[in-house]
Design a protein around this ligand. Structure first.
Ligand SMILES: Nc1ncnc2c1ncn2[C@@H]1O[C@H](COP(=O)(O)OS(=O)(=O)O)[C@@H](OP(=O)(O)O)[C@H]1O
Ligand SMILES: Nc1ncnc2c1ncn2[C@@H]1O[C@H](COP(=O)(O)OP(=O)(O)O)[C@@H](O)[C@H]1O
Length: 404
């Protein structure tokens, strides 16, 4: 039997934990780029073997642990799926009400469900920076329990939201699904109508956490991925957007395709595999910056759907994501030919040149499509700003001084 290896990030480790704990079925896993059958050894980022996955008929048939997995580090404190599942099974079997907190509860809901045997359950994501308020919900309910304002127990359950090579096929399972899998037949959903019920909020712990959520949303980061042919205008618009964001007081970084190739991706070529690696590397840096609250703008050609999807998945774990397709037609890019590369590519001096001798897969999932042969740089920036401001908090667009 062949045995290949796969390295997963911390969220991937959590997912393996989730399978071993019974929250996630092995068949619900998708292992990207894996062989159809055989065994795959899964390692963590420190290269320690953590589990072995057995594959059959293109799916995961079984998971065997290799060692005690690392403790999870959710914002609500150390949290590990297997001990959590053990506790939860026993608590559920004891028969108290099981309450799935899907958002901030109202006073009425708190009163209604307060019970000494109540289990207040909430999923806690690995990254505290993503757009998810559940860590704040957990903190608020924890405070109310600690102050004796409500009765019961708080159970924090990890959110299985890995986005790397190992994922849950249909996306992160919902909290009620996780609770059903551990034996809860009847789950009360609470907090899903939060916005409509703002007026009913009374406990100060809830209000404190709500305002904290609002201010952390203001600082949440984003990745903006510009994709398009060489000479389409990606760098020009990306840099102008960066300048406008700087002036609006936003922490911003612009990672241009050409620049990344000088250092981050030095030595890589332009075959499909190298381009994908290049784009994913830039995406990794951008997502890291976004996780710290910055708006990270990247502007590689990114001609292939697969690496754009990988960047999107990683970015969404850190904050918001915007895909901008700079669709300027090839004829116009070639007319501009700022660097004389199209002429060389036409003359056969540059192999694998995008649009000439290497394909560009136009995105079907772009948030916005901009043809710079039809609109000005300022208008292009204003359009991207509008989309971005629907995802992270920004003021109104004002062209940067350098641009006006
Ligand atoms: N074969 C080939 N195809 C396309 N582009 C080429 C090639 N060789 C060199 N260049 C120059 O490299 C820049 C594109 O690099 P990227 O890192 O953005 O490309 S990719 O995303 O990895 O496909 C691109 O820069 P931009 O013009 O800024 O897009 C070109 O200047
Ligand atoms: N509306 C526009 N938006 C962006 N670039 C434009 C526009 N009109 C003309 N250009 C020119 O097109 C060229 C685009 O180059 P660049 O931004 O480096 O493209 P890319 O990064 O996609 O290779 C620049 O010389 C820029 O001045």
């Amino acid at each position: 039997m062949t045995q290949s290896q796969l390295v997963v990030d911390a969220a991937g480790v959590d997912l393996i934990e989730g399978v071993l704990a019974g929250f996630v079925a092995p068949r619900d896993l998708t292992l990207h780029g894996a062989p159809a059958a055989g065994a795959v050894e899964v390692r963590d980022e420190e290269n320690t073997p953590i589990a072995c996955l057995y594959l059959a008929s293109g799916g995961v048939a079984g998971v065997e642990p290799r060692r005690e997995l690392a403790t999870m580090h959710g914002p609500a404190g150390a949290l590990s799926a297997r001990p959590c599942a053990e506790d939860l099974r026993a608590l559920i079997a004891a028969g108290g009400p099981v309450i799935a907190l899907e958002g901030f509860p109202t006073s009425k809901q708190l009163d209604e469900h307060s019970d000494k045997d109540a289990l207040w359950c909430v999923t806690v994501p690995r990254s505290p920076h993503r757009h998810d308020h559940s860590a704040n919900v957990a903190r608020a309910v924890h405070t109310l329990l600690a102050n004796g304002e409500i009765a019961g127990r708080l159970v924090a359950i990890p959110a299985f939201d890995a986005a790397g090579p190992l994922t849950v096929t249909d996306g992160s399972p919902a909290l009620p699904t996780l609770l059903h899998r551990l034996g809860a037949d009847r789950v009360v959903l609470v907090g899903d109508a939060f916005t409509a019920a703002v007026g009913e909020l009374a406990p100060s712990a809830i209000l404190d956490e709500f305002s904290r959520t609002r201010s952390s949303a203001a600082q949440s980061g984003a990745v903006v991925l510009f994709t398009g042919l060489s000479g389409s205008g990606k760098s020009t618009v990306a840099k102008a957007l960066g300048a406008a964001l700087d002036e609006a007081g936003r922490k911003t970084v612009v990672i241009d395709g050409d620049e990344a190739r000088q250092m981050l991706s030095a030595g890589l070529g332009f075959d499909r595999e190298s381009r994908n690696l290049n784009v994913e590397r830039i995406g990794y840096v951008a997502a890291t910056a976004a996780s710290l609250g910055a708006v990270a703008i990247m502007a590689p050609i990114a001609p292939f759907e697969s690496s754009r999807a990988a960047v999107r998945a990683r970015a969404l774990r850190a904050g918001a994501f915007v895909l901008v397709h700079i669709s300027t037609p090839l004829a116009e890019c070639e007319r501009r030919d700022r660097k004389g590369l199209y002429a060389k590519a036409r003359a056969g001096e540059i192999p694998d040149f995008t649009g000439i001798s290497s394909p560009y897969e136009p995105p079907t999932d772009a948030d916005i499509v901009i043809d710079t042969s039809e609109i000005s740089v300022d208008d292009a920036v204003a359009q991207v700003w509008e989309i971005l401001s629907s995802k992270v908090q920004l003021g109104p667009y004002r062209p940067a001084i350098a641009q006006s």
